[in-house]
Write a protein that binds this ligand. Structure first.
Ligand code: ACO
Length: 322
């Protein structure tokens, strides 16, 4: 049987940095409020002419520096994004053309902040069923474009960026398991309630903004992340102390610490990047993974538990050997 294994990671952050102090000049907020409620100190924001595909492309080039793959080796591209460059073609197809890759399947996945887990689940299944050998799995967002920068309840939370993992067929795992969930009954708690077939004029005039009932999202996120992490551990008959690293979706430090505490995972084993990146939606997990690989914390052979939660609601986990 084939498994999939991560052979390279990469990430890219736009050069523009907006600190909490910058935001305090734009809306009625303060560094102390934002930092104490969320753990965020700064976020990167894409330049006005920089697109989600631009960020994804740079993240792939960063992964290529590993020398472990070439664009011509890639036979599947899955891009998790909420903020595609165009209505169509997909960001994955635009990226495929830029990388000079021909004929591989290429498509976008939309599961908001859980999107990267949905993407890795799909790519893993392509590889396990011998339908692909080497896949680019990307989370990339210009989430700043769907934020109302006059709304202090949402604008302090989000940022832009991209991360990628390269999955390759392997005789040994790699990815041991993935678990995905969704519950559309919660669709109104976190949404951009306009789109192509609904109130498109708001998209055209640039007022398609994220709306969120933060307190409700917080409570449900903690429960769902714990439950899906426990499912991952049970499916692999793994004890909590076998986990070397937990990489949660970076939405709020308080959600991350509450989830880790419920699972009994010490914070020294949790990768936290939200202080520097904010919530980059589908990009947050691969950005955190690449950060910890590059700074030497995550090493080959480490056991990693990944978990994410996003609008929909959608949530998921992955259990893997790096
Ligand atoms: N600065 C100062 N005050 C603020 C700000 C701000 N930026 N934002 C809200 N406030 C005020 C509110 O108006 C409120 O004032 P009031 O008491 O006078 O009415 C007060 O602060 C408390 O507001 P709450 O919303 O109760 O604050 P809370 O402690 O719940 O923190 C937060 C809000 C940070 C949004 C939190 O609820 C949270 O993180 N929720 C989860 C969000 C999340 O994870 N979202 C992403 C999911 S992933 C995805 O799919 C996109």
């Amino acid at each position: 049987m084939s498994f999939s294994k991560i052979i390279a990671t990469g990430s890219y952050l736009p050069t523009g940095v907006v600190t909490n102090y910058d935001l305090a000049k734009m809306v009625d907020t303060s560094h102390d409020w934002i930092y104490s409620r969320t753990g965020i100190e700064q976020r990167h924001i894409a330049h006005s002419d920089e697109t989600t595909c631009d960020l994804a492309e740079q993240a792939v080039y960063a992964a290529m520096e590993s020398g472990r793959f070439d664009a011509t080796d890639i036979d599947l591209i899955v891009v998790a994004t909420t903020t595609a460059d165009q209505v169509f073609p997909s960001t994955a197809c635009i990226l495929q053309e830029r990388l000079g890759i021909r004929n591989s399947p290429a498509f976008d996945v939309q599961a908001v902040c859980a999107g990267f887990l949905y993407a890795i689940d799909i790519a893993d299944k392509f590889i396990r069923t011998n339908c692909a050998n080497r896949a680019l799995v990307i989370g990339a967002e210009t989430f700043s474009r769907i934020i109302d920068w006059t709304d202090r309840t949402t604008c302090v939370l989000f940022g832009d960026g991209a991360g990628v993992v390269v999955l390759e067929a392997s005789g040994t795992p790699g990815i041991h398991s993935t678990h995905l969930r969704a519950n559309g009954a919660y669709k109104d708690l976190l949404s951009v309630p306009v789109g192509v077939s609904r109130n498109f004029d708001q998209v055209i005039n640039g007022s398609a903004y994220t709306q969120m009932q933060g307190g409700e999202v917080f409570k449900i996120a903690v429960k769902c992340m714990e439950q899906i992490a426990v499912e991952a551990l049970e499916a692999n008959e793994a004890a909590v102390d076998q986990v070397d690293w937990m990489i949660p979706h970076q939405a709020n430090t308080r959600i991350i610490t509450a989830t880790a505490k419920r699972l009994g995972i010490p914070m020294e084993k949790v990768i936290v990047t939200i202080n520097q990146h904010g919530n980059t939606s589908a990009a947050s997990i691969p950005l955190a993974l690449d950060t910890a690989v590059r700074d030497g914390r995550i090493k080959t052979g480490d056991t990693i538990l990944i978990e994410g939660f996003g609008g929909g609601f959608t949530w998921g986990s992955a259990f893997l050997t790096f």
